[in-house]
Design a protein around this ligand. Structure first.
Ligand SMILES: Nc1ncnc2c1ncn2[C@@H]1O[C@H](COP(=O)(O)OP(=O)(O)OP(=O)(O)O)[C@@H](O)[C@H]1O
Ligand code: SF4
Ligand SMILES: [Mg+2]
Length: 393
């Protein structure tokens, strides 16, 4: 290589180094300008992109730091920094260009025998969260400890033994049962596949299961189309119970049923929970139902858990303005207690392009300037009562 070429290469690498140094200095300057803006409350020159990058990096760092912490011994389910992104667009090489953040850094704990109610408007990620916890969807990242074992990264083969312990009951009892099988066959199949009882005891086991779910023994030979919605949902519940699970995700299990039937199914779920020591994640739009059945409640908005806590704490002292708005719409049975209805205006933003700062700021009646730029931290305010809102900074 002649001297002239060598000098050119040195000067171009020097230029690159100088440019990188300048870019770093500029970034540090902008970062400290952002910090000063947060401290002073003047967001005129705030760099939202930079703040979003900082928040993302911080979330990743916290998830990484938490990775080696032992799971809670008292929990049947512990979810840490769970994310489920659906890829909307990829490069030719398969690299994601844009994603929809259906579940975005969700963490919580459920103890054995508890019911965790999950509420939030349509599209906030309730179903995706329930399915990802059960590994019916592969998590994008995060940890899901079931009885102390992290199942998030497990292969399907390893999951097989755990599958029986975690079950799901779907919203629509019409489409979730095979039309050409009898009730007996539908309930016997998982029992046989997972060797729950010896072969010669399967029929008796199924008949007993049917009885505990309020299904008459002569239904054994009948087909799903012969039943009403409520009875079909009883069959679905019996099918989930057939493999002796410990944890069941109930995804809007009564939403498709007549109001008169809803209470019967809810009471059946409660009875079965006591008899069998079951733990539920109960997903619903209906706050009255959630209030009746849950021990703890999680409120989701655009893929994030915005508030979480014991039912009494959430109902008597809702912290997040979104929770307040949701609860203000529930009719109060006491006519002497007047509750003012908080009407949320504006459309629900898309989880593919959520608002910067607090995701709820575009609809929040209590929105402050900081909310438009900086995402609030999800933190514990009282014992076991978590919330993500700048009102409590
Ligand atoms: N398989 C998928 N591919 C791409 N996007 C999806 C997929 N499943 C769900 N989504 C999107 O993820 C978001 C969360 O959907 P999800 O069904 O979990 O919401 P939800 O809270 O259960 O709503 P609903 O109350 O209507 O049942 C929505 O924006 C939805 O469109
Ligand atoms: S952080 Fe701000 S916008 Fe978000 S819920 Fe709290 S007050 Fe409303
Ligand atoms: Mg759903």
């Amino acid at each position: 290589m002649d001297n002239e070429n060598k000098n050119k290469r040195i000067s171009s690498s020097e230029e690159k180094e100088i440019a990188e140094k300048e870019a770093l200095e500029l970034r540090l300057k902008k970062e400290s300008a952002n910090e000063a803006a947060i401290a002073s409350g003047d967001f005129t020159d705030f760099d939202d992109e930079l703040e979003a990058e900082r928040e993302e990096a911080l979330k990743e760092q916290v998830a990484l730091n938490d990775k080696d912490i032992e799971p809670d011994k008292d929990a049947i389910l512990e979810v840490r920094h769970l994310k489920k992104y659906f890829v909307l667009k990829k490069t030719i090489l398969g690299k994601p260009i844009s994603s929809l953040r259906a579940v975005d850094d969700v963490s919580f704990i459920v103890k054995p025998g508890e019911t965790l109610g999950i509420v939030g408007e349509s599209g906030c990620g309730k179903t995706t969260m329930g399915r990802t916890v059960l590994k019916l969807y592969q998590p994008t990242s995060g940890q899901v400890f079931f009885e102390g074992v992290d199942v998030a990264g497990m292969k399907e083969k390893e999951m097989r033994a755990l599958r029986t312990k975690m079950q799901i009951v779907f919203q629509d009892p019409y489409s979730s049962l095979p039309p050409r099988s009898t009730v007996g066959d539908i309930l016997a199949e998982p029992v046989k596949v997972h060797n729950i009882v010896p072969k010669n005891e399967v029929k008796d086991y199924v008949l007993e299961l049917m009885e505990s779910c309020g299904l008459r023994d002569y239904y054994y030979e009948r087909y799903p189309h012969e039943f009403s919605g409520g009875q079909r949902q009883r069959i679905c519940i019996a099918r989930a119970l057939a493999v002796k699970p410990k944890f069941i995700v109930c995804d809007e299990p009564v939403s498709a049923l007549d109001v008169s039937i809803q209470a019967q199914i809810i009471n059946l779920l409660k009875k079965l929970q006591i008899e069998r020591g079951l733990t539920y994640m109960f997903i619903s739009h209906d706050l009255s139902v959630v209030k009746y059945i849950s021990d703890k409640i999680g409120i989701m908005y655009l893929g994030s858990m915005v508030e979480f806590g014991k039912k009494q704490d959430i109902f008597s002292n809702p912290l997040h303005p979104y929770t307040e708005a949701l609860f203000s719409a529930v009719p109060n049975p006491n006519p002497d207690e007047k509750t003012e209805r908080i009407v949320l205006t504006g459309d629900i933003p898309s989880p593919a392009n959520p608002p910067k700062g607090c995701k709820f700021h575009t609809r929040c009646p209590k929105c402050m300037e900081i909310c438009k730029h900086v995402a609030p931290e999800y933190k514990e305010h009282e014992d076991g009562h978590f919330c993500a809102c700048h009102l409590y900074d």
